[in-house]
Design a protein around this ligand. Structure first.
Ligand SMILES: [Zn+2]
Length: 179
């Protein structure tokens, strides 16, 4: 589980199709991994709302915050929940819409050449151990299949707009797990 990929899909992940993707540019390689955090409503975990947002099914009437984001066309390849469950929304072969306007080492449009992984969480408290374990396992798998050269946070590639995965994401711990 989480160690093999078939047709762009991670074995062991629950697949829920998002309509929010398109083709990667022809000939573009996957060289970047982008780590995010998300929780809906903010700082609340376990609900169906992230999946609803990424599939275009978030009800703006269910929460005042949802009314400000329900119209966004966003997705990620993977979502790692607080309990370690892994959900995939977009094939790795396709271009998920997670990074938005972004730039890494002078190269714009990171969605073209990256895989986006959302951790269920926020900028204000630690992530769970199981999330690090799952993320590390997935990272090793992705590195096996794709020529990934760098792993960054969303805040690294869109520093004016974004703060995730936030100060509680333990990069040292994560990198040590992946080694
Ligand atoms: Zn993000």
């Amino acid at each position: 589980m989480l160690t093999t990929i078939q047709k762009g899909c991670l074995d062991g992940a629950r697949f829920i199709a998002s309509p929010y993707f398109n083709e990667r540019p022809i000939g573009e390689m996957i060289t970047l991994l982008v780590i995010h955090n998300i929780s809906l409503p903010p700082k609340q975990y376990g609900g169906p709302y992230v999946e609803q947002l990424f599939t275009g099914n978030l009800n703006p009437k269910e929460h005042v915050y949802f009314s400000t984001i329900y119209h966004l066309e966003v997705s990620s390849h993977l979502f790692i929940r607080r309990d370690g469950e892994v959900v995939q929304f977009v094939s790795f072969d396709k271009r998920a819409w997670h990074a938005g306007q972004s730039c890494f080492e002078g190269k714009a449009n990171c969605n073209d050449y990256s895989i986006g992984i959302e951790l269920e969480g926020c900028d204000f408290e630690p992530f769970n151990e199981i999330q690090y374990q799952q993320l590390a396992k997935i990272t090793q798998c992705l590195k096996h299949y794709y020529p990934i050269q760098a792993i960054v946070g969303h805040s690294d590639i869109a520093p004016i707009r974004k703060t995730d995965p936030g100060p509680y994401f333990d990069w040292d711990y994560y990198h040590n797990l992946v080694k």
